[in-house]
Design a protein around this ligand. Structure first.
Ligand code: AMP
Length: 420
């Protein structure tokens, strides 16, 4: 019979990594819920049109979408990111503003799989809708930065830029079009195609042959309206006040077309592979309107879980949590006494595992060791007769007998003594 492996660009996340993922999301939840963000669970697929609003010059939309026709003849796409879904939800439910939400979960992009780049990858992120105060930009950025700190990461660099308002962005885009067109022969073939669709995205090119020409390109700073320039300055002042370090980056345009004003990216300097961006975001003041809602300001970020964990590995922080149980019940009388004791302990909050299939005492003790239990509770025929159990610390320490009626308290005390 043929067997299957997971599809390219997808992986099974097994224990203890899976517990690390859960802890990652729980840590994120703690950081952002402390700041008043509420959990949202958007669907994993939407009508294709929702994501087409991300812009037709982004590869996420043009090349990487998992789209298909469902059995009802609808054009559907697996979500490549969650900001568009959150904005669609905002338009659909019209919550009061400011609407501050956070999410966690997988996205899907048909990319070339490699280390740090997957077809199914997880993100955690926040979105805040309905406020255009630069203090919100600063709050959003500070929360990402705070989260990286909570993970224990130190080698994270924040790059920040502004893309100006729509009018500024248009003028700047034209200036870039002119500049790149004048220097067309120096651009890579790929960037020439990008230029036709969106000159701004040429700045995103990582191709070595484009770097010289990109280096001499006009910068957005000369095209900023007063409002956009003031907004940006206020964001930077707030970051300074919070002592959050940043590097100004003229070339940071980010992948998706909907960004306005503040854009930012977090890069891990501990990662040496090609993909060092571990999170990013920005303002998208036009997106809600494009999805059929009222003109609404919005800002958010997404942090790549997979890649951020690679950065944690590189810095040797945020290790997988311990997945062992506290207690292992060894029952050599057939197993029903273990069933009874497991139920008692579990319903009182003690983590406990057991063996099955009538294993020998020796095999069960081995299993207790493998599960990392701090103590084994042994029940043999003598114990059943006497109404007792034997408690055996798995490391050093003497085993002792205790009456069954007192087993919960005794185990709790013993676990406390062993510090587990
Ligand atoms: P984006 O939604 O493209 O702004 O990406 C935000 C973050 O998600 C990036 O900084 C990466 O950490 C992560 N990310 C994006 N695409 C992938 C992918 N294909 N595989 C793994 N992580 C990704």
């Amino acid at each position: 019979m043929s067997s299957f492996a997971s599809s390219p660009g997808t992986r099974d996340i097994l224990s203890p990594d899976s517990s690390r993922w859960r802890l990652f999301q729980a840590t994120f939840a703690e950081v952002v819920e402390r700041a008043g963000y509420q959990y949202i669970i958007p669907p994993m697929f939407e009508e294709l049109g929702v994501f087409l609003r991300l812009g037709d010059s982004t590869e996420v939309v043009t090349k990487e979408m998992y789209d298909f026709e469902d059995k009802g003849g609808r054009r559907i796409a697996l979500r490549p990111e969650q900001t568009a879904s959150v904005c669609r939800a905002f338009v659909e439910h019209r919550p009061t503003t400011p609407w501050k939400v956070w999410y966690a979960g997988p996205n899907f992009r048909y990319e070339k799989p490699q280390q740090g780049r997957y077809r199914q990858f997880d993100q955690v992120g926040i979105e805040a809708l309905g406020v255009d105060d630069p203090m919100l930009d600063a709050e959003v950025i500070s929360l990402a930065s705070n989260f990286y700190q909570e993970l224990g990461l130190q080698q994270v660099q924040l790059f920040i830029n502004t893309l100006g308002d729509e009018g500024d962005r248009d003028k700047y885009t034209e200036a870039l079009r002119l500049y790149f067109t004048e220097n067309l022969s120096l651009l890579s073939a790929e960037s020439r195609i990008t230029l036709e669709k969106n000159p701004l995205r040429v700045l995103d090119s990582k191709r070595p042959e484009d770097q010289a020409i990109i280096g001499g390109a006009p910068t957005i700073r000369d095209y900023l309206s007063d409002g956009a320039a003031e907004h940006f300055q206020a964001v930077l002042s707030a970051l300074d006040a919070m002592n959050i370090k940043y590097t100004l980056s003229d070339r940071l345009v980010r992948g998706l077309d909907y960004y306005r004003r503040t854009t930012f990216e977090f890069v891990s300097t501990a990662l040496t592979a090609a993909h060092t961006a571990i999170g990013g975001g920005g303002r998208y003041d036009g997106l809600v309107e494009q999805l059929g809602g009222p003109a609404t300001a919005g800002i958010g970020f997404a942090i790549g879980l997979d890649r951020t964990l690679l950065a944690c590995d590189a810095e040797n922080v945020f290790a997988a949590p311990n997945t062992s149980v506290s207690v292992f019940v060894v029952d050599t009388t057939g197993g029903i006494h273990a069933a009874e004791l497991c139920l008692l302990l579990r319903s009182n909050g003690v983590s406990v595992d057991r063996a099955f299939d009538h294993r020998s005492m020796k095999a069960q003790m081995k299993a207790a060791d493998r599960r990392g239990a701090a103590i084994a509770v042994i029940i043999g025929s003598d114990e059943v007769e006497q109404g007792t159990v034997v408690i055996r610390p798995m490391g050093d320490g003497q085993q002792f007998s205790c009456p069954k009626s007192n087993v919960l308290e005794t185990i709790r005390l013993e676990l406390q003594k062993l510090g587990s």
